[in-house]
Ligand binder design. Structure first.
Ligand SMILES: *Cc1c(COP(=O)(O)O)cnc(C)c1O
Length: 386
């Protein structure tokens, strides 16, 4: 048995530190918005390289609060891709705006920025005057081209919300030699600390980051009923706070994130080498990072089979051999019932549709062993060549 993801292996290593941190919070008697949330926000902002971080209840609320902070509302359009987790798009609906989709690239599985620009400059399908935000998702751990994102955001004057839920710690090399982290370019960036994410809590958690001090203050109000002073409500807000206990745990884990991401990259490199040496590339494509390895922190290791039948065959054998896997995402967002009202049809986003039929996520997490990676590839090989 090889799991897709295993929390327990990591917990066994961190147990002492995590239990100490939890004990300190419970003993202090301060469990909502205390010192740990404040310190975690400071450490997180510094790590990503922005001025302000606001700890919130989860990544979905982080997205909804971002929409609220940017005054997105009725009849506005928010652009994202149809090949991502629903929250990247549903946040727009929560503020009564409409998601509008742009297809992904087959190679990176991220938003096609050329198609995005066509929407922004009016050559696409959406009315450019109604586009009020872009949710740019760094899918599966792969950073979008941050330099291009920044240029587009500036050129069209539309705020970008980076959805960094899957890409904590991913970096992009700029042409002037500097590097920047995913989440440091958008007007706002959102993070999720759902337990399975690269930086995960033991429950729900999230954060919203920005360099804009006014937005930062507004986000702090929005997560706590729209008030700065208790029982003095200036704007409509939510209860969307990060718990003190999760902040304390995340502070412990933040110290290890670079080491964990390095191991994820090592596993990814190993998978790629084995696919080459076993000559499996006639059946599947694996994620490549073109010398900019740290641009992908492999939240998921997702391969693309050249035919849907290959995927079905491998899934059958994974089930038999008890190897963990997942299909992200089996139904693109434009074909979901909940978004029926948007009027999209099958065929509208061919790349997203093809990927939903041909991709498979393989086991990856920092504690996965080399021999397990070899076993996964052996099962794939026997399945496709046996
Ligand atoms: C996980 C995830 C979210 C939502 O985060 P939650 O904390 O689960 O609400 C949003 N966007 C993407 C791309 C995600 O993977």
């Amino acid at each position: 048995m090889i799991p897709l993801f295993d929390m327990k292996r990591q917990y066994m290593k961190l147990r002492g530190e995590v239990l100490d941190a939890v004990d300190r919070v419970f003993s202090s008697g301060k469990v909502i918005l205390g010192q740990n949330v404040k310190e975690f926000e400071r450490e997180l902002a510094e790590y990503i390289g922005v001025k302000c971080a606001v700890g919130v209840s989860n990544g979905t609320d982080a997205l909804i609060l971002s929409m609220m902070a940017l005054n997105i509302g009725f009849e506005d359009l928010v652009i994202t891709t149809p090949y991502t987790f629903i929250a990247s798009a549903s946040a727009a609906s929560w503020v009564k705006a409409l998601p509008a989709f742009v297809d992904v690239e087959k190679s990176t599985m991220n938003m096609n920025l050329e198609l995005l620009e066509r929407e922004l400059n009016g050559e696409g399908n959406a009315n450019p005057n109604r586009i009020k935000a872009v949710v740019a998702v760094h899918l599966f751990g792969r950073s979008l081209d941050l330099e291009r994102l920044e240029k587009l955001q500036k050129k069209y004057g539309i705020p970008f919300v980076e959805d960094v839920a899957q890409a904590f710690g991913a970096e992009w090399n700029l042409s002037d030699g500097r590097t920047r982290k995913a989440g440091s370019v958008g007007r706002i960036s959102v993070f999720s600390f759902f337990p399975t994410k690269n930086l995960g809590a033991y429950g729900d958690g999230g954060a919203v980051l920005t360099d804009d001090e006014d937005l930062c203050e507004k986000l702090r109000m929005l997560r706590a009923h729209g008030s700065k002073i208790k029982y003095d409500h200036e704007i409509l807000g939510k209860n969307a706070r990060l718990d003190e206990v999760h902040a304390a745990i995340l502070r412990v884990k933040l110290k290890y994130i670079d080491e964990w991401n390095r191991r994820r990259m090592e596993i990814a490199t190993m998978y790629g080498k084995l696919f080459e040496s076993e000559k499996l590339t006639e059946f599947l494509e694996y994620p490549k990072t073109k010398g900019n390895l740290r641009s992908h922190v492999f939240h998921q290791y997702v391969v693309k089979f050249r035919k849907p039948e290959y995927r079905e065959k491998v899934i059958d054998d994974f089930q038999r051999r008890k190897i963990g896997y997942a299909v992200y995402y089996p139904k693109p967002l434009h074909l979901q019932k909940v978004f029926e009202n948007l009027g999209y049809r099958e065929g509208d986003f061919p790349n997203a549709e093809e990927l939903s039929k041909t991709t498979l996520a393989l086991p990856i997490f920092p504690e996965l062993r080399d021999d397990e990676v070899e076993e996964v590839v052996r099962v794939i090989k026997n399945s496709l060549k046996g």
